[in-house]
Design a protein around this ligand. Structure first.
Ligand SMILES: Cc1ncc(COP(=O)(O)O)c(C=O)c1O
Length: 449
């Protein structure tokens, strides 16, 4: 239990039973036909309204004139769809505001940190856009000091600024202030990707990393119900600052033989059962439940950061003692902790392979830099699991160093760093980078064989 990084977010039997009952009840539901499924329409809107309320929960008291009634949204099939739609919406809006760019078929740009999710690249490739990558600081957040120069350099073609709260690789949250002021100054839409922070963010104690429509000028925000909302896979929410802006993501066809057609998201028919499951999940867990889970997960993040940076002593058979060989990347506070060796001649992929093969802990390998990340969930944030993980990490480090010594004694120049390192070696080399694409393609093919 809890040995997987992210992936499965809870194992609450009562909740799974409830979800199964609700799924069965709504199994034929489809939001494409609100007239046939009025209850689904209600539950769909309920999810958006609750998400709006949670993502405004901070700052209203200092901003009495703030009116949340403009905020709106849609439910989608997951984080990726929410992000695709956020990009499409910004692109359509910018073309509408700058018709010459559309006439010239000018590719529009998304400025995003290097740590932004792969879904933004997917959006840029689907919608003929281009990603401009903001480098990261030493704290693994967007280097916002470069934001304005990037906007200026791209001379009116930037249609979207993106930040993450938090990002997938390092679990760090990009600082809000500069995105906020640049969005205001240049009138460029700003999307905050809260797909991962989802229903943890509204309960964070550190207000500097807590996104809220009431304090920020963001235009859209994605939050995944199927992550820390604890729902079944297939539901996310894309929130928008107002109905005018949201309309740029809608698809409308008034000229079709099949009648007037409109759809708010990418899919046509939509599996209503998932929306119903998500709504009942939200009601079942409730505000206090989300708050409790959030506190437990962020407490585990704090514990793990402390342990990885300062709590490790590895004693080798020959009496050598190695103290704290690992470092945390940045200062994550929400749910993900990423770490790597302090010295570049070590291979954290090999360490990850040992953790997986010997102890069953499957952490995610990262690139740039090579590192491992552990996304904590309700399964992994228990005291029992954290203590077990800490022991397994020390044991894995011991095996890692013993193997390294063994290789040295045998006169081998380098230990075999294992399959993961080999794979990432291929991906990271300019000579073999194309092969990595082929590996991905083959992997995807095999899934259907
Ligand atoms: C920050 C972030 N954004 C977007 C996504 C994409 O979400 P999905 O896998 O639901 O499409 C993820 C997934 O882990 C994520 O961590």
């Amino acid at each position: 239990m809890g040995k997987l990084s992210g992936g499965i977010y809870h194992n609450d039997t009562a909740l799974i039973n409830l979800q199964s009952i609700v799924f069965k009840k709504f199994i034929l539901g489809n939001q494409l036909h609100p007239d046939c499924f009025p209850m689904l329409r209600y539950l769909d809107a309920f999810l958006v309204k609750q998400s709006v309320a949670l993502y405004c929960s901070m700052g209203k008291e200092n901003n009495p004139s703030y009116d949340i009634s403009d905020l709106c949204g849609v439910t989608t099939s997951g984080g990726t769809e929410s992000i695709l739609l956020a990009c499409l919406c910004a692109r359509n809006y910018w073309y509408q505001m700058n018709p010459l760019l559309k006439t010239r078929n000018q590719k529009l740009k998304i400025i995003m940190p290097e740590s932004a999710h792969a879904a933004f690249y997917k959006a840029s490739s689907y919608f003929n856009m281009e990603c401009c990558l903001l480098p990261l600081t030493n704290d693994y957040v967007a280097n916002v000091n470069l934001l304005e120069s990037y906007i200026k350099k791209n001379k009116g073609t930037v249609c979207l600024l993106v930040s993450s709260a938090p990002n997938f690789p390092y679990g760090t949250t990009d600082p809000f202030a500069m995105f906020n002021s640049m969005s205001l100054k240049y009138g460029i839409p700003w999307h905050i990707d809260c797909c991962l922070g989802s229903y943890l963010n509204p309960f964070l104690q550190d207000t500097s990393i807590k996104p809220s429509f009431a304090t920020l000028n963001c235009w859209s925000l994605s939050t995944d119900l199927h992550k820390y909302g604890y729902s079944a896979k297939g539901v996310s929410v894309l929130l928008s600052r107002n109905k005018n802006y949201r309309a740029y993501q809608y698809y409308k066809q008034t000229n079709w033989n099949g009648g007037l057609y409109g759809s708010p998201t990418l899919a046509g028919s939509r599996p209503g059962a998932l929306v119903a499951v998500a709504a009942f999940t939200m009601l079942h867990i409730g505000l206090n439940g989300y708050k409790k889970c959030g506190f437990e997960i962020s407490d585990s993040v704090i514990e793990l950061k402390k342990f990885v940076s300062n709590g490790i002593t590895v004693k080798l058979e020959n009496g050598t003692i190695i103290q704290n060989p690992l470092k945390i990347l940045g200062d994550p506070k929400v749910c993900v902790v990423a770490f790597t060796f302090k010295y570049s001649d070590e291979s954290c992929y090999f360490l990850g392979d040992i953790l997986a093969k010997k102890f069953g802990y499957h952490l995610s390998p990262l690139q740039k830099p090579a590192a491992l990340h552990y996304a904590l969930t309700r399964l992994s944030c228990t005291k029992e699991n954290i203590e077990r993980f800490e022991k397994c990490l020390i044991e894995s480090l011991k095996e890692y160093y013993e193997k390294k010594l063994e290789a040295k004694e045998k006169g081998e120049l380098k230990q075999n760093d294992g399959d993961t390192a080999a794979l990432y070696g291929v991906a990271g080399s300019t000579v073999t980078a194309g092969v990595a694409g082929k590996v991905i393609e083959t992997f995807l093919d095999v899934l259907y064989e």
